[in-house]
Design a protein around this ligand. Structure first.
Ligand code: SF4
Ligand code: SF4
Length: 374
């Protein structure tokens, strides 16, 4: 395993971080974690040198933090870094205080401190919520008390706000969505550059864009297959890991094979050759033609949908269809969704929309999917 060392960060951090948001599940369409399977993945990662584990209040409907606490307990506390995040929506919609949430998280994770603590999924609206309760100031105090070792935020807002946050506050690190799909088109590189200019280490989320840069489409997959036996995911991860200001690259691993593949990638962590860079550019162009809905399967929308619609799976089915325009490709995934959780149950209440970091017009897309599946 390769490690990062940054002057502002205590200790060495594995370049690969385990995102505990897409753990193996007991039942399709539900969030219950398959503890036995998930524990095997975490154990393999830990024993292979991964020392950064990233959870959040919202992952797996709140179960991910409990899982992290139980599974990591068997390892010496100082041997791993645990990251979790403060949910702005719980302050705004459920009137919870920062102290209540923080204490609840310590308890769920069964720890006395967090190594990395983030204001979660900041955009203008969420920042206003955090500001109204002085969350930043509160967390700075907690850092002084030793309950937080490094303080940062994950971001999904506009560049103006981002500049404001970087210029007006002190951060130990920032978490950004960076991958080759978003690098130019979504200006991810401008956000990254600002961090680099300010010597703030960057933690990368969604390097494989919720798995879509691994699945790709046939034409894009072929570009990588012509180069080597390495998986498309490995190229996406190396694209990000080669950036000098990246502290850790998070991967939301769901299977044993994914953990093995990612470990192989980060044991070597080779810089991309010119030929590989060209292949990534080519695959990106070919994939873009067919990737209709830029959903990363983060599931933030699902928790807030009163109808319990499995929005990311509906979108995955649509993206499969969009590659071939063959309805069989849509239905293959769509029929795995329980009937009550399919697109036709959407009541257009729009409650999901403010939670989507990718700013997808969810009800409109669901309506399109409903038309196709009638
Ligand atoms: S608009 Fe549809 S998908 Fe979104 S929260 Fe409402 S019912 Fe759920
Ligand atoms: S629709 Fe948006 S919030 Fe929902 S899973 Fe996809 S990216 Fe996440």
């Amino acid at each position: 395993m390769k490690y990062s060392v940054f002057p502002s960060i205590d200790g060495k951090i594995s370049k690969l971080g385990f995102g505990l948001m897409r753990l193996p599940k007991l039942y399709e369409g539900k969030e219950d974690i398959d503890y036995n399977e998930a524990e095997k993945l975490v154990d393999l990662a830990y024993k292979s040198g991964v020392n950064y584990f990233d959870t959040a209040y919202v992952y797996h409907n709140g179960e991910s933090e409990i899982f992290a606490g139980k599974i990591l307990k068997k390892y010496p506390r100082e041997s791993y870094n645990l990251a979790t995040k403060l949910p702005g929506w719980a302050i705004k919609n459920h009137n919870k205080t920062v102290d209540e949430l923080f204490e609840e998280q310590l308890k769920k994770c069964d720890v006395e401190y967090f190594d990395f603590y983030l204001l979660h999924s900041v955009n203008r609206d969420i920042w206003n919520t955090f500001s109204s309760v002085k969350a930043y100031e509160n967390l700075k105090e907690k850092k002084k008390e030793g309950k937080i070792r490094h303080l940062g935020f994950s971001f999904h807002g506009d560049f103006e706000l981002f500049k404001e946050l970087i210029n007006d506050y002190e951060w130990d690190f920032v978490q950004l969505q960076i991958n080759y799909y978003d690098w130019e088109a979504d200006n991810a590189k401008d956000f990254y550059k600002l961090l680099e200019d300010n010597n703030i280490p960057c933690i990368v989320m969604e390097p494989v864009r919720g798995g879509s840069l691994h699945k790709l489409n046939e034409e894009a997959r072929e570009v990588f297959a012509n180069l080597s036996d390495n998986t498309p995911a490995s190229y996406a991860l190396r694209f990000v890991a080669q950036l000098p200001n990246v502290l850790v690259t998070l991967s939301g691993m769901s299977t044993y094979e994914q953990v093995e593949d990612n470990i192989k990638t980060f044991n070597e962590c080779k810089p991309l050759t010119e030929e590989e860079k060209e292949a990534i550019e080519k695959a990106n162009v070919l994939f873009r033609k067919n990737f209709a809905i830029p959903c990363t399967s983060c599931k933030y929308c699902v928790t807030n949908c009163p109808q319990g619609i499995d929005i990311p799976t509906c979108f995955a089915a649509f993206n499969d269809y969009n590659k071939t325009r063959d309805l069989d490709d849509l239905n293959r995934t769509y029929i795995t969704i329980p009937k009550d959780s399919r697109a036709h149950n959407c009541i257009d209440c729009k409650a999901c929309m403010e939670h989507c970091p990718q700013e997808i017009n969810i009800p409109r897309k669901l309506s399109q999917i409903n038309d196709l599946t009638k």
